[in-house]
Structure formats: structure tokens, C-alpha cells
Design a protein around this ligand. Sequence first.
Ligand code: PHE
Length: 359
Amino acid sequence: MMLPDALNELVGSATASFEQAMTPADLENAKAQFLGKSGRVTELMKGMAALSVEEKKSRGAAINLAKQAIETSLNARRQALANAELESQLKAEALDVSLPGLQRLQGGLHPVSLTLERIEAIFGSMGFDVADGPEIESDWFSFTALNNPPDHPARSMQDTFYIDTKGEDGIYYNLRPHTSPMQIRHARAHVRKYRQDGGSDTLYAGEMPEIRVIAPGRTYRVDSDATHSPMFHQCEGLWLGENVSFKDLKYVFTDFCRRFFESDDLVLRFRPSFFPFTEPSAEIDIQFQQGPLAGRWLEVAGSGQVHPNVVRNMGLDPEKYIGFAFGMGPDRLTMLRYGVNDLRLFFDGDIRFLSQFQS
Ligand code: PHE
């Protein structure tokens, strides 16, 4: 049905005024002008009262069509305004998920600390305690108690740094050059704990649980190159009882090395050596059967049967108590495990290097 021009114009002007409405409120006002109680469409309806029945029919149908067209454009505009509103709301609340977040740096364990944890876990599983002791040591614990008296040439094996303060013995305190003083400290504490005789200084030959301990920690020497640092780490081991022999040392240390390096075919060699505090003494070398280091002998620890004079300085009767000790280098173990060839990298504090070891 064709609409008369007047109705077409009405639809056109309604659509135009809807288009001009920029907010829902504007649009409601515009709607009232056309479809409201006294809107123009309503006025047209009222104007039909005087028409004949025939005229009413055709005129009514035409007005209705015009009204529908106006309603359609009203709804289209409503939808358009709602879309625009949603659009601008989304824009205002937009999150750029591709923006880099605020970084929170995460710390981690130093590779040598990871090695120490590993050592403690393995020896812990074999019934060893873990002991901790001072890095500033008296001359007696670092040397004399370990059968290494003043002026003995063997002291130069462990040249270290001294503190500007003297101990009770009138000798300057030192930065311990090895963890071996912990053999004495731990054994004496152990003996004190188990002796029932009031703790006199005479040698204890009573009943006591075996001493099985490791003592990891920092040590110091006057040494500095690609494989030596003035500060480095050691881990002491001591197993003392009534019937502990070199064969136990061999068994325990072989088991440790194989578990540490996760290599069941790793081979150990005990090479005769000298330490004042052990007799006999041996350097422990390991050999990998696979990998880049296969076939080379690599020194990892000093060891030996605890010297009777040292057992005596522990407060124990060397006729009754016997055992072995070892001292290994966790820094060296870390280098071997990760294939690092310059020890200084571990202590330079470069986060780019250190962060590579986080598991
Ligand atoms: N303390 C020795 C060192 O620093 C290692 C060692 C420890 C040797 C225990 C024998 C027994 O080289």
C-alpha cells in the first residue's frame, strides 16, 4: 500500500528526529512528539472521527502503516544508542591483557646451597646428624686439637686469615681453614651428653652411641684463582664408634658419590696421602664412566682413620673408639655436577649466572 506524501513525510521527519537523539532521554522526548498522547500520529488518529466508514478503513490502515514504520525506526535508534552505550562502556573499562605486569622477582637457592641440601639429604638418609659451628675459630680447634701443633710444617697446608684478637691461649683467632674443627667440637659435645661420670676430663671409655655427623660450612684460605676462592665451602664427615673401619668409609663414600651424581657406575679411588689428624690418610678421587669427564680422575675429598691423638682430644679413649673422617669440597661437587669450570662465577653474585640453577 502506498502511503500519501504527508504520511511519508511524517515517517521521514520522525526518523530524522530519532536520528538526532543522542541519548535515550532525547529519544523518549522525540518519541513523545510522534507517538505520545498528543503526538502527531495520535492527532491523526483523532482526526479520523469525522470520516465515513470507507474512508476510515483506508485512512486507518495508512496511518497504522506509518505508525509501524515510525516504531520500527524508533526501535532501530534505541538499539543503536544501546550499542553505542555498551561500546563506550567497554572502551572505558578496557584492560590491555598484553601489557607486561608488575614484575615480582623471585629469589632462589644458590647452587652451592642446593649441593649442601643434597649432601645433607643423602647423609641424613644414612643416619648422619648435621652440625654447625663457628667460622672464627681458636688455634686449638683449627690446628692443635687436630694433632697439628704450633710450628708444625703441616700447618702451611691450611694457611688462613687471622683476626686481630687473641684467644685464651694467647694465639690469634683464625678464620677456620677447614671444617675439621667440627670433628672435635661435635665429638666433645656428644661425649658430654652421654657420659654418666660427671664429665671429668679423663678419657671416656664408657658406653655411648656412635658419632655419625656431617658438618658443612664456609672455610677460608689464602688462595685465589679459577679453582680456589679465599672463601669456599667444605663438608666434614665423622663416623666414630667401637668398630668402624676404613671399609665403612669406602662403602659410605662410594654410596654417597653415586647418589649425589646419580651415576651407579661411578668409580672411587683412595690415594695414599697425609693429614696430621688421620692415619692412614687418603685422597678420594672419583671417575665418571660416561659424559664429558669420563675417564678422568677427579679429587673430591680428603679422608682417613681418625688419629689416636685426635680421638684423645675428643675426650675419648683411642683404645676403645675408632673411626674415620673425611672433608669434601661442595664447591667442587657443584662445578662437577653442573659442568662449570670457574669457581669464581659462584661468588661473583651475577644473577644471570645464578638463576640458571633454579629447578
Ligand atoms: N681437613 C682436610 C682439608 O681441609 C680434609 C680432611 C678432613 C682430611 C677429614 C681427612 C679427614 O684438606
